[in-house]
Design a protein around this ligand. Structure first.
Ligand SMILES: [Zn+2]
Length: 134
């Protein structure tokens, strides 16, 4: 159990660094932010400013790995890092600035040839709009 958790954290940290360098090269250059796992039935991820931590739910992480759908974790990490970068007045807001920054990441994914990821990010942007969080 503990061994699996350590393995998951290692994999997640590796993915976090990769996402940072590809999509947010100018953010957190001092490496103050970290990523970790948490247990939650309802939330998939959470951007925690006071602790400078991106929390990813264990359930979401393991589901994505088991389904071979790593993009699910990429989208979630990009989404939560965007909260850290944009800093909306409320940490749950998905305003115009937030969606524009997410679109920027989608464009970068397209440029890198990750078309599926770009599409998933655009779906996420549309979901933010349809939820009415703006
Ligand atoms: Zn959000």
């Amino acid at each position: 159990m503990v061994k699996r958790w350590v393995k998951n954290i290692e994999k997640l940290t590796e993915t976090f660094s990769k996402i940072k360098s590809y999509y947010f090269p100018r953010w957190d250059v001092k490496n103050q932010w970290r990523v970790s796992l948490f247990k939650n039935k309802f939330l998939s991820g959470y951007c925690d400013f006071p602790k400078k931590t991106i929390w990813i739910s264990t359930r979401k992480f393991e589901n994505s790995i088991n389904r071979g759908y790593i993009n699910g974790i990429y989208v979630l990490l990009i989404h939560e890092i965007t909260h850290a970068v944009v800093r909306e007045p409320r940490s749950t807001d998905h305003g115009v600035k937030f969606r524009m920054r997410l679109q920027q990441a989608a464009n970068k994914a397209k440029l890198l040839g990750y078309t599926d990821l770009a599409n998933d990010l655009e779906l996420d942007i549309n979901q933010c709009i349809s939820l009415g969080d703006y």
